[in-house]
Design a protein around this ligand. Structure first.
Ligand code: MYA
Length: 627
């Protein structure tokens, strides 16, 4: 470890003073640890902390393993019946052709307990945790994404709010119905004028004079299970009075709404590109009388309820996508192993090998992330918002790529309906859009991380106002900056991984250090205007996503190797290959995030986009129109 001489320390402290103007950075949100009276709780998110250039390893090393032997046995006992349901009862192609799942199939799924996987057994569910749920999601993802949406919209988000925020009475009343009594649930947030901007919904609920109920009016669109659901988690604006100022303000409140309350109707099923088997409709609310006891969470805190339901459900998509990718890889491999062209099996061609290896790497990283997150959630972690958003982005994009490459490997055959890949591709397209578009989630990851880094620097600024009282903190910070800036010290992952992965660990550590420095550089340069620099934020998010993929695989492969499992060598190789490829991408993104050259490129892009919009389309006919 580098020892600082007194001149070095003084210079670094002066350098740190330059960060004063951070106080203005990233406005809008309250600085952490300052405004709230809640006791300070350290943020344990690995991802949030790398924005500060700090390694917090608790969530990532060693690879978490939370299931007890009994839970493992219960899960194993469910895998078989689940798999059998898909091979013997459900027919994904038929569901897709008919744009509906027949009653008998759904009945079988209910009887299997597949609609109440995470509902505690005292309420009639299977009582599984997130990790167990993720294992079953993989099977669903490998077999039928359309049915997966019926199942996922019901429990990943439909009644998840009751599990997370329900009062004992709400749980007792609704959970038995949605777990085993064939009562479908839905999550009703999106509106015609409010998609990504979830806070701007217009549906409105007005409290009665006697404070006993709310009257809800409004409409929702693209609601999965919208035509089936008898119970819905609905979000609406409600008038709230600020306790301090007495000012009236609209704030979102979450409600449990039953169709039986009256005034709830649904439109016809939407005609969609994919996930056709699932039911998607508009839902209208006309003077729906909601008893006050059906407020979910606190009045006026519905936005938090909504984002937390989504946060807590997103890992399920990662697990589901890992199953889908596995299936695509199996189909592609079967073809590569048997198809002969130019006198050779096509698996012998480097072009095909490159594709298959990349497909497996993406699948491995997706799965490693999903289970790292589910297990952290199961062990009580509260800081998983960035990780689940990353898992959603990575899994939906990887699955799209893997399916596309599987089709490419099969060539003309892949384009034919009978291989099933074209259905999977159509089904997959929506995953990059719903549950938060990947674009919004990238900005969410980057802005949340940058805000966290900015708050840390504000803390430092405060400490520097009274250096004598904060010497320990200041020296620690100065030392960290000195060592990482000159390439000495910095992040060290060597003790966390097996010898075979030392090189990969070094590369990942270097990426983490560069990431922290670049975030800081970007903050210094753009100050509060960073919120307007979406292209730069995207580069930061992309680098963050790849770093998480590297960490999740390093950790998982290490554990596999330590346990000497039969797949160890292959997993180590997947991890090594990922670390080489991801390091290149991370470096490129971070270079782009910090380079001045990018400003000119961004300006050009913005000029182009403005012109395209002004012209309602392309504006380049030029010489082609001359003749
Ligand atoms: S459902 C519809 C999905 N819709 C969305 O996901 C909407 C996306 N939009 C948003 O999330 C928010 O509006 C964004 C923020 C992020 C854009 N976690 O001022 P703010 C806090 C925790 O930044 P906004 C569907 O598609 C923030 O810190 N906290 O807010 C169904 C701040 O707190 P404070 C968060 O600019 C598909 C406050 O909120 C988060 O308005 C069916 C305000 O923040 C967060 N994420 O917007 C799928 N975000 O005031 C079926 C914000 O304290 C399921 N905050 O500083 C399929 C499942 C898979 C299959 C499984 C089956 C097998």
């Amino acid at each position: 470890m580098l020892k600082l001489n007194s001149y070095g320390s003084r210079k670094l402290i002066l350098d740190i003073y330059k960060y004063r103007f951070y106080s203005a950075a990233v406005p809008k949100r309250k600085p952490e640890n300052e405004a709230s009276k809640e006791p300070k709780r350290p943020n344990e998110s690995f991802m949030a902390n790398i924005f500060r250039g700090t390694l917090v390893s608790k969530q990532v090393f060693p690879y978490p393993d939370v299931l007890t032997l009994e839970q493992k046995e219960t899960t194993d006992s469910m895998l078989d019946p689940f798999q059998r349901f898909f091979s013997d009862v459900n027919n994904a192609a038929r569901n897709d052709d008919n744009s509906v799942i027949d009653d008998n199939t759904l009945k079988n799924l209910w009887e299997l307990g597949g609609m109440g996987i995470q509902v505690p057994s005292e309420y009639g569910g299977l009582g599984m945790n997130n990790t167990q749920y993720a294992r079953l999601c993989q099977i669903v993802g490998a077999n039928d994404l359309g049915l997966g949406i019926t199942l996922g919209a019901h429990q990943s988000i439909g009644f998840k709010g009751i599990l997370l925020y329900g009062t004992p009475e709400q749980k007792a009343k609704y959970l038995p119905k949605v777990a085993s009594e064939e009562v479908y649930a839905a999550f009703a947030l999106t509106e015609p004028s409010s998609g990504s901007d979830a806070n701007s919904i217009r549906s409105r609920a007005v409290k009665s004079a006697d404070n006993k109920y709310y009257i809800l009016n409004g409409s929702k669109i693209w609601i999965s299970n919208g035509g089936l659901a008898e119970v819905m988690t609905v979000f609406a604006q409600t008038e709230q009075i600020d306790k301090k100022t007495g000012e009236k303000k609209d704030k979102v409140t979450a409600f449990i709404v039953e169709r039986s309350f009256g005034g709830v109707t649904s439109g016809p099923p939407e005609k969609k590109m994919g996930i056709k088997a699932s039911n998607t409709t508009e839902v209208y609310f006309e003077d729906v009388k909601i008893p006050i006891e059906n407020v979910l969470g606190k009045e006026g805190e519905g936005f938090k309820v909504a984002v937390n339901i989504l946060n807590s459900g997103r890992f399920g998509m990662g697990a589901t996508m890992s199953g889908t990718m596995k299936k695509c890889i199996e189909i592609a491999t079967a073809h590569a192993n048997s198809r002969v062209q130019f006198g050779q099996k096509i698996k012998e061609f480097g072009t095909i090998q490159e594709k298959l290896a990349k497909m497996n790497i993406l699948q491995y990283a997706t799965e490693s992330m999903a289970f790292m997150i589910s297990q952290n959630m199961d062990s009580g972690s509260q800081d998983y918002h960035l990780e689940t958003a990353i898992s959603k982005i990575y899994s939906s994009e990887s699955a799209w790529h893997v399916c596309d490459e599987a089709i490419q490997i099969l060539g003309g055959m892949g384009f034919m309906k009978e291989t099933g890949l074209e259905r999977i591709m159509r089904d997959l397209r929506i995953f990059r859009i719903f549950e938060g578009t990947n674009e919004v989630l990238r900005l969410f990851v980057a802005l949340s991380g940058v805000q966290y880094a900015g708050n840390h620097l504000k803390e430092l600024q405060r400490a520097l106002k009274n250096p004598a009282a904060n010497l320990g903190f200041i020296f620690k910070e100065a030392s960290r900056r000195a060592t990482t800036t000159i390439g000495l010290g910095g992040t060290d992952l060597s003790t966390f991984v097996v010898p075979e992965l030392q090189e990969s660990a070094k590369r990942t550590a270097a990426c983490i250090d560069l990431f922290g420095r670049t975030t800081e550089e970007v903050l210094v340069k753009y100050n509060k205007n960073i919120i307007n620099e979406q292209i730069i934020l995207n580069h930061l998010a992309n680098a963050a996503i790849d770093i998480y993929a590297m960490i999740a695989t390093l950790s998982r492969a290490t554990r596999t190797a330590q346990l000497n499992l039969p797949t160890a060598e292959h997993e180590l190789n997947l991890t090594k290959a990922l670390s080489i490829q991801a390091t290149e991408r991370v470096n490129q993104h971070l270079r782009k995030a910090s380079s001045g050259q990018l400003q000119a490129e961004n300006k050009l892009i913005s000029t182009l986009a403005k012109k395209i919009c002004e012209q309602d389309g392309v504006h380049s006919t030029g010489v082609i129109d001359l003749h």
